[in-house]
Design a protein around this ligand. Structure first.
Ligand code: IVH
Length: 669
């Protein structure tokens, strides 16, 4: 054997042993023999550097070199799943799918919902080429170097596998319970802060600057979603995943195809108990329509697929004494009651405060001071009070009544029709509302003004330097320093980072100004649709409703926002300061109104562009992409293999089909 052949042989064998150990959990050689082989390969690679390969098993130990993560776009956006919490909601999902598929038979694939960090892996010709975190779903961090150290992720797929030339596979990175406990023990010994749960630990680890640290921590990965242009359009999720398992990936434990909703519920019931024996954290079950063709037929909402849903396991519960109810006023003026309780251990953390949501929830619980209450920690980070043990109630306890005046400014609280929360209406003078809006404006996902935080905002507000978000841009170093010369350096940093925020793109400005109900996703949609603040400001309810994903509540909230003179004055001041008030030229490039007023359904498989690219094209040219065919549909952008029921519906409503080439020609004109 030549050295090159020997190196290749050792790599192949070590890959197989890694797979046996980390994926199958069935090692076939001793650790000692494994180490000997590894040393031999290391020696050979040192001697023959010309045969170095980043995918060699020797490279899984990571390196000490500091790294910076590059932000890269996802080829396909990384969506999340809608949640369900009980049997009825699962049944509702099942019924919706059945309805959407118009009576066609279907199977649901049930699998574990892993509680870690999502990751997207790209393989080209069987080689791992890139690993990207979810990020904001559109762009993520390139963490390839760290992911290479995760032993259950194959760097090279098994030889001879029938995998496509290029594909993406998505899954969850986790720190197994055992390694999590070991890590926290070590940290306790070194008096380092402990990780609250394996997910935080996995997240901290994956973002570590040193891939060597990552290698030592022992992350694991389960893959659950295969995608790419080369995945057969008429294939099935379950079958694709078992192929992925053959190629060397670790897939969900106990995946099952279910033919009825009862089978689905049985699966849930079984794993609700059995999951406690799994080596990694799970927080629910994911249900997916098995046929990819049917998945396409069902499509997506703005945030999540209609063909899949998560069922969340019931949260852990504890019982403790209620001592006091206090009230918090948020940036929107919503008043949230908070239960203050005797500290109690819940799902691994000490809890002494819990949300009571609103007056109705409080009333329903029939809370009395001194009650023993049940506290739960669900998917949310903040625990909540879910019940009272009335048997433990003693005689002389007094009932908790919701307050009638704002605890911060004394204004009388109001309740808007159809809303559960009480509000403090004094939005221009109630301090937490003013500060809350500024805090939202500077936050990371908004204008990302890093050098400011809640304490500095509070300080500037107390000193009368800022009354609203637009005041930030006229702050000077002298204002901030006041009489204190020592502050010059940090003040300059603040002024610089505020100035930097002038580059934040328009879409995020729309999010930052804090229009009620306009979250990140909606802000993006309306920014892209209206293109400038002036257009948005003058939009009517009807025009707002044209934006996919905008309903009446949002539309009216936008109108209300711009109706308020104070808000308009703030926007004008922001514009004068140079804040981005329109989409950039890059974003506008190629934008036309050729498809204006047209409602277009995308269906089938395409040769020239992905569905998401077509969606973007439709939007860039002023059209609206909608999920399902109705009388209002202008035409269907129809690729190959359009679903038979869609085709039938289109025919019966007389909606024209436009082919991929015709569509592209339409835009060329
Ligand atoms: S499928 C388009 N399957 O849960 C559907 N997700 O909110 C893509 N997750 O971000 C997701 N286990 O990080 C899927 N078996 C599983 C999963 C799973 C955990 C995570 C994933 C996603 C989140 C959903």
């Amino acid at each position: 054997m030549t050295p090159k052949e020997e190196i290749e042989q050792l790599r192949k064998e070590l890959d197989q042993h890694n797979y046996n150990y980390y994926v199958l959990n069935q090692p076939t050689i001793s650790d000692y023999d494994f180490d000997q082989m590894m040393y031999k390969l290391q020696d050979l690679e040192m001697f023959y550097p010309q045969y170095a390969d980043p995918n060699s098993p020797t490279q899984r130990v990571g390196s000490d070199l500091n790294q910076q993560f590059q932000s890269v776009p996802h080829k396909y956006p990384m969506l999340s799943l809608a949640n369900t919490y009980n049997e009825q909601e699962v049944r509702d999902f099942y019924a919706r799918v059945k309805d959407g598929l118009e009576g066609e038979d279907f199977e649901i694939c049930a699998e574990m919902k892993y509680d870690g960090l999502s990751i997207s892996l790209t393989y080209v010709d069987g080689i791992l080429t890139q690993a990207v975190t979810r990020g904001d779903g559109v762009r993520g961090d390139d963490v390839t170097a760290n992911v290479r150290t995760i032993k259950s992720i194959p760097l090279r797929l098994k030889e001879g596998g029938d995998y496509p030339h290029e594909f993406e596979i998505r899954g969850e990175i986790l720190l197994p319970w055992k390694n999590f406990e070991r890590l926290n023990e070590e940290r306790a010994k070194n008096e380092e802060p402990l990780f609250a749960n394996p997910r935080n630990a996995a997240s901290g680890t994956l973002k570590s600057q040193s891939s060597k640290v990552v290698a030592q921590r022992g992350l694991d990965a389960y893959l659950y979603y295969l995608l790419g242009d080369a995945i057969p359009a008429d294939s099935y999720h379950y079958e694709n995943m078992s192929k992925a398992a053959d190629w060397g990936f670790k897939i969900s434990q106990g995946m099952k195809k279910c033919k009825t909703v009862d089978e689905v519920l049985e699966f849930i019931e079984y794993w609700d108990v059995e999951r406690k024996n799994l080596p990694v954290a799970t927080d629910g079950i994911v249900l997916k329509v098995n046929s990819l063709r049917q998945q396409r037929h069902l499509g997506y909402t703005a945030k999540s697929p209609r063909w899949a849903i998560a069922y969340k396991f019931k949260a852990e519960r504890a019982c403790t004494r209620l001592n006091e109810v206090t009230y918090q006023v948020g940036r929107t003026g919503a008043v949230t009651p908070v239960a203050n309780m005797d500290p109690v251990l819940l799902a691994g953390t000490m809890v002494k405060r819990a949300s009571l949501h609103n007056a109705d929830v409080m009333e329903e619980l029939d809370l009395h001071i001194g009650d023993m209450v049940y506290v739960e920690k669900g998917g949310e980070i903040i625990p909540k009070v879910v019940g009272v043990d009335k048997e433990q109630r003693t005689g002389d306890v007094h009932k908790v009544e919701f307050i009638s005046r704002c605890p911060e400014c004394g204004a009388e609280l109001v309740r808007y029709e159809g809303e559960a929360a009480h509000y403090c209406p004094n939005d221009s003078h109630c301090p937490p509302q003013i500060k809350g809006r500024i805090e939202h404006f500077i936050s990371r996902k908004a204008m990302n003004i890093e050098s400011l935080g809640p304490e500095t905002v509070d300080d500037y507000y107390q000193r009368g330097l800022i009354h609203d978000i637009s005041d930030l841009y006229s702050l000077t170093v002298a204002d901030i320093c006041g009489f204190n010369r020592n502050r010059v350096k940090s003040a300059q940093k603040v002024v610089d980072s505020i100035k930097n925020s002038l580059n934040v793109p328009f879409e995020r400005v729309v999010f930052s100004i804090g229009i009620r109900f306009v979250g990140e996703t909606t802000a993006k949609l309306i920014a892209r649709h209206f293109k400038s603040m002036d257009e948005l400001r003058n939009a009517t309810v009807e025009q707002l409703l044209e934006v996919d994903g905008v309903g009446e509540v949002i539309a009216e909230s936008v109108i209300r926002y711009f109706h308020d003179e104070q808000n308009v004055a703030i926007i004008d001041k922001l514009a004068d300061s140079g804040v981005q008030m329109r989409l950039s030229d890059d974003q506008l490039e190629g934008a036309t109104d050729k498809l204006s007023g047209k409602s277009i359904v995308i269906s089938g498989v395409f040769a020239h562009h992905s569905r998401d690219e077509y969606k973007a094209m439709i939007e860039r040219n002023g059209g609206k992409n909608v999920g399902s065919i109705s009388k209002k549909t202008t035409f269907i952008l129809a690729g190959e293999n359009m679903g038979p029921s869609k085709l039938e519906k289109a025919n019966s409503l007389g909606i024209p089909l436009v082919s991929e080439d015709e569509f592209l020609a339409m835009l060329e004109e």
